[in-house]
Design a binder for this molecule. Structure first.
Ligand code: SF4
Length: 383
């Protein structure tokens, strides 16, 4: 191990919290294998060789968006070719398909549609839960929640909006829309979107209401290393806030998302490399000591790199997915992006880990074909 990493290794082995200078040294180091081993130490301390996966489906209800973020290859303006919006009946149909496939979770996000009323979203949630009550609906990024509060003319009542969504069937919040918590990046690449303070305000409100949530960081575009570090430290502070206040909700997992240029306005940028992805995942595991899980979203990192990432601090691979419109990995632009539970298990076993199917709240799932049940009442967190 290079000498600059030795004080960090000492902290990791004695369970001390890393600071910004440690994170900077990790990013500066080229000793990727030593960084991986440190992250693996923490991951095994928390989870042993357990690796989680889930059987889920994604539903992107509309790509119509009032904003035009530069990294985004998903949005369309309302009358533009390719713009779509699904109906409540379409949402019900998604729930029926999820039931037939035995999915435990529906992940629902979309653009910031300028014309749909608040009732569209609550009707959608009710239709899904009516069709398949056992299904967990993880829906609406913090950016969408703020948008819904605005269209319902109560921009300062985030808790009220979340409570209404919860009453209609919302089970938890995804972690999207965070991008990088930095005003320069915000103003250059996603101006018009909420800033970090608002994103964190939504998640604080959700945690106070008992909603679990996730967190992301979109990296490998115009941000600096210090921007990444600040972002992680702000997430860690927010998690401390939830824990110290005894709020019933908290962040469950961090999902680092590599920027994929696609046909976005930032397509001239190369995006991160495989080693860059592994380093980022490992540093997330090391810095976010109060997060139970680090997850790869294989649509972004690929399943092959996700398998390797299990040695770099990752303990969770999401998921069977099926349809995903936001990032198209295939050259033909297809949004059918699916893997099977069997393939996820094979990926995990071959890497030397023990696959465990989980539900959205990290409870173990026992399955007989499409029929499933939760076999633990408490979330399967750190061992
Ligand atoms: S990233 Fe989200 S808010 Fe930004 S343009 Fe795309 S869909 Fe709209």
């Amino acid at each position: 191990m290079n000498v600059e990493l030795q004080p960090i290794a000492q902290k990791v082995h004695t369970g001390q919290r890393l600071d910004a200078a440690d994170a900077r040294a990790l990013f500066a180091s080229e000793d990727i294998w030593a960084i991986g081993r440190l992250a693996d130490t923490v991951r095994r301390r928390m989870h042993g060789d357990t690796t989680y996966y889930n059987v889920n489906r994604h539903f992107n209800y509309s790509n119509v968006c009032a904003l035009s973020c530069k990294f985004c290859d998903f949005y369309r303006k309302r009358n533009e070719a390719g713009a779509y919006e699904f109906s409540t009946d379409d949402a019900r149909d998604q729930a029926r398909r999820a039931r037939e496939a035995g999915a435990t979770e529906l992940h629902v996000v979309g653009g910031l549609h300028p014309y749909l009323p608040f009732s569209y979203y609550t009707d959608m949630l009710r239709a899904i839960k009516d069709e398949y009550p056992q299904l967990h609906v993880k829906a609406f990024t913090a950016v969408e929640v703020v948008h819904l509060a605005r269209i319902d003319k109560r921009p300062n009542d985030l808790e009220g909006v979340l409570r209404d969504l919860q009453d209609a069937g919302l089970g938890s919040l995804p972690g999207g829309g965070a991008e990088v918590f930095d005003d320069r990046c915000h103003d250059e690449a996603y101006k018009g979107k909420i800033r970090s303070d608002k994103w964190l305000e939504v998640h604080d409100a959700a945690h106070r209401l008992g909603l679990m949530s996730n967190a992301t960081i979109l990296y490998g575009h115009i941000e600096s290393v210090d921007d990444r570090i600040n972002h992680l430290l702000m997430l860690r502070d927010a998690q401390d806030r939830a824990i110290d206040n005894g709020w019933p909700g908290r962040f469950q997992t961090v999902i680092p998302l590599p920027f994929i240029p696609g046909e976005s306005a930032l397509k001239h940028l190369p995006g991160p490399t495989g080693l860059g992805d592994l380093k980022m995942l490992a540093i997330c595991r090391l810095v976010l000591d109060n997060f139970d899980h680090v997850k790869t979203f294989w649509i972004m990192q690929t399943l092959e790199l996700s398998q390797l990432a299990l040695q770099f601090g990752v303990d969770d691979i999401d998921g069977t997915v099926v349809w995903y419109d936001i990032t198209k990995v295939k050259r033909d632009g297809s949004t059918h992006q699916e893997t099977t539970a069997g393939e996820l298990r094979r990926t995990i076993v071959e890497a030397g880990f023990a696959p465990v199917e989980r539900d959205t709240l990290y409870r173990r799932v026992e399955r007989d074909g499409p029929a499933w049940r939760v076999v633990e009442t408490e979330p399967a967190g750190a061992v």
